[in-house]
Design a protein around this ligand. Structure first.
Ligand code: NAP
Length: 250
């Protein structure tokens, strides 16, 4: 087993949506483990620049990409592959929500969430496997959600997109195992991000009471699972979902 700080030494990894939240924690953890990281943002270049400047190590890059747009995905992967000369890992982290109860959910809000989360993961995975198949090596980690398993009122579109990613991951894992490519999911539970910053202490305590480990998760909790799935320590794992939820759902 490699020493902590070297578990992903010289691995070239692309992370979608690394400018904040869980994606930012993933980017930081990968850089701390020796990866060369390319990460993307959608609309906040200043947050992305701030993350880039804070990373240890050299050769990292950040780029604008809309994962739901094939041309945007194609362009960014071409740029990263040219600069890195190959790709060892991909983390499909970028995702969106647009909550509403089923009766009031607009068709376009269903389409937007599924197009971004599910189709975006499909487009990025397709772009990443080309160089990985050539190299006969690579690991893809898709960030899904506990909601894919438990369901959630108001999140029909989101639950469908995340459950879809998990089914797609198993199919891709079967298709690509013969080339030694591994594909897995990390399904976070309730994670403290910008979103939860707006909650009061009382609201946060109420949520924590529902979680057997009595606290909200952190971006680092999720990031450590991602590091594991990208590293050789998980070389016999493919097509799996690793739950990081403090026991919220089991
Ligand atoms: P977040 O704070 O809202 O960050 C989303 C990231 O995705 C940002 O970097 C954003 O870029 C980027 N992004 C948004 N739309 C995009 C698009 N169309 N194309 C490319 N990038 C796009 O999200 P988060 O809470 O950290 O969640 C990260 C992942 O974990 C998501 O897949 C989410 O579904 C999943 N998850 C989160 C939780 C939770 O409790 N937070 C729980 C379970 C699962 P900009 O900064 O430029 O907007």
């Amino acid at each position: 087993m490699k020493a902590v700080g070297e578990r992903l030494k010289d691995k070239r990894v692309l992370v979608t949506g690394g400018s904040r939240g869980i994606g930012r924690a993933i980017v930081e953890a990968l850089a701390q483990e020796g990866s060369k990281v390319a990460f993307t943002y959608a609309s906040r270049p200043e947050s992305a620049e701030e993350v880039l400047n804070s990373l240890p190590g050299q050769g990292h890059m950040c780029l604008q990409m809309d994962i739901s747009q094939p041309e945007s995905v194609e362009q960014v992967f071409a740029q990263v592959l040219e600069s890195f000369g190959g790709l060892d890992g991909l983390v499909n982290n970028a995702g969106v929500t647009k909550d509403q109860l089923l009766l009031r959910m607009k068709d376009e809000d269903f389409d937007w969430v599924v197009n971004t989360n599910l189709k975006g993961t499909f487009l990025c995975s397709k772009a990443a496997i080309k160089p990985m198949m050539k190299a006969r090596s690579g690991s893809i980690v898709n960030i899904t959600s506990v909601i894919a398993h438990s369901g959630n009122p108001g999140q029909v579109n989101y639950a469908a997109s995340k459950a879809g990613i998990e089914g797609m991951t198993r199919s891709m894992a079967l298709e690509l195992a013969s080339r030694s490519l591994r594909l897995n999911c990390v399904a976070p539970g309730f994670i403290a991000t910008d979103m939860t910053d707006s909650l009061t202490e009382e609201q946060k305590n109420k949520i924590a009471e529902r979680i057997p480990l009595s606290r909200l998760g952190t971006g680092q909790d999720v990031a450590q699972a991602v590091v594991y799935l990208l590293s050789e320590e998980s070389s016999y794992l493919t097509g799996q979902v690793l739950h990081v939820n403090g026991g919220l759902y089991m």
